[in-house]
Design a protein around this ligand. Structure first.
Ligand code: COA
Ligand code: MG
Length: 279
C-alpha cells in the first residue's frame, strides 16, 4: 500500500498531463488497443481515471487497463523537463533529441507514465523499473532485475504522438496505438501499398472524405496495436491481416500461425465515433 500512496502522490508531479477518460475527451485522436486472449473470453477494459493502478494487484489475463493522457494546457507542452526525473538516463537523452517541444512532451510523458504505473506493481521507485526489449523492439521487463513471475504475468505497451499518449497494462500480451486523425494527401495510396485488399475494398466503398479519414485511422491504429501486441512490429506484413470496417473492432483475417483470429480482442475509439467499442 505504501507504493500506491507514493504513486498516487506522484501523479501531482506530472503537471503537464490531463487524464483522458473517454473518446469525447480526446477530439481529433484515434485510440486502439489489441490483446491476445483465449477465444470467447469476456474482456474487461478499464479506462484509468488517474495515473495509478485501479487495484493493488496486477491486471488479470482477461483485463486491459488503459491510461490516456493529453497536455493539460497547450502551454504545458513546455513543461516536459518536469518529466525527466522519472526517466532512465537513456530515455531522458532520447527525449532531448526530439526537436519540437510536443514530441519531447509526448515521449517523456509516455515513458514517465509507464514507469509510474510499473513502479506501483513492482513496489520500487519509477527510475528503478528496468526495461529491456525483444529482438523485434518490444519493451519488456528486465528478467535479470525483476521477479520472474511478475515478468511473465505483466504485459504492457505505450504509444506517444503529438497531443496524446497511452499506456496499456494487461495480464496478456497487449499493444496500443494513438494517432491524431488528420487528412493525408496520399491516404488511398497508403492503403493500397500497405494494407490488405479487404482494407482497400472497404476504403473504396466509403462515401465521404471524412468517413474515409476515420476508416483510415481505424485501420492504422488497430494495425499498429495488433503488431505491437504480437510484438512483431513492422516485420508482420501489414497486408497479412484485416479488421471490421465499422462496429465492434475485430480481426476478420490473419495469416496462419497466429491461430484463431477470435483469440485476438481489440477496441477502437475516435471522437467522431463518440464511443469506445470493445472486444
Ligand atoms: N512491439 C511492441 N511495441 C513496440 C515494438 C514492437 N515490436 N517496437 C517498439 N515498440 C513500442 C516502444 O515502446 C515504442 O516507444 P519508444 O521507442 O519510445 O520506446 C512505442 O512502441 C512506439 O509506439 P508509437 O508511439 O505508437 O510509435 P510509432 O507509431 O512511430 O511506431 C511501431 C510504431 C512500433 C509499430 C513502429 O514499428 C513503426 O515505426 N511504425 C511505423 C508506422 C507504420 O507503418 N504503422 C503501421 C500502420 S498499419
Ligand atoms: Mg503509433
Amino acid at each position: 500500500m505504501r507504493a500506491v500512496a507514493r504513486t498516487r502522490g506522484s501523479t501531482l508531479r506530472l503537471p503537464a498531463v490531463a487524464t483522458v477518460s473517454g473518446p469525447e475527451d480526446h477530439p481529433g485522436h484515434a485510440v486502439a488497443w489489441a490483446a491476445d486472449f483465449a477465444a470467447g473470453t469476456e474482456v474487461r477494459l478499464r479506462i484509468l481515471r488517474e495515473l495509478a493502478l485501479p487495484e493493488a494487484r496486477p491486471p488479470r489475463a482477461d483485463e486491459v487497463w488503459l491510461w490516456l493522457g493529453m497536455p493539460a494546457l497547450p502551454s504545458g507542452l513546455t513543461d516536459w523537463p518536469s518529466n525527466l526525473p522519472w526517466l532512465s538516463d537513456q530515455e531522458a537523452s532520447r527525449t532531448r533529441r526530439f526537436h519540437f517541444a510536443h514530441d519531447r512532451w509526448s515521449h517523456s510523458t509516455a515513458h514517465a507514465a509507464l514507469r509510474i504505473l510499473m513502479s506501483e506493481l513492482l513496489d520500487c521507485p519509477p527510475r528503478d523499473v528496468r526495461l529491456s526489449s525483444t529482438s523485434k523492439g518490444k519493451p519488456v521487463l528486465c528478467r535479470a532485475m525483476h521477479p520472474a513471475a511478475t515478468c511473465r504475468a505483466v504485459h504492457f505497451n505505450i504509444s506517444h504522438t503529438r497531443g496524446m499518449v497511452a499506456v496499456a497494462l494487461s495480464g496478456s500480451p497487449v499493444g496500443v496505438d494513438v494517432e491524431p486523425v488528420r487528412a493525408l494527401p496520399d491516404m488511398r495510396q497508403l492503403v493500397t501499398d500497405l494494407m490488405a485488399p479487404e482494407a482497400l475494398a472497404a476504403f473504396d466503398n466509403t462515401a465521404s472524405e471524412a468517413q474515409k479519414m476515420n476508416l483510415f485511422f481505424r485501420y492504422w491504429t488497430l494495425g499498429e496495436a495488433f503488431i505491437k501486441a504480437t510484438g512483431q512490429g513492422l516485420d508482420q506484413g501489414l497486408d497479412s491481416f484485416a479488421f471490421t470496417p465499422c462496429g465492434t473492432a475485430r480481426l476478420t483475417k490473419v495469416t496462419p500461425g497466429w491461430g484463431d483470429p477470435g483469440r485476438w480482442h481489440m477496441g477502437f475509439s475516435a471522437a467522431s465515433a463518440n464511443r469506445t467499442e470493445e472486444k
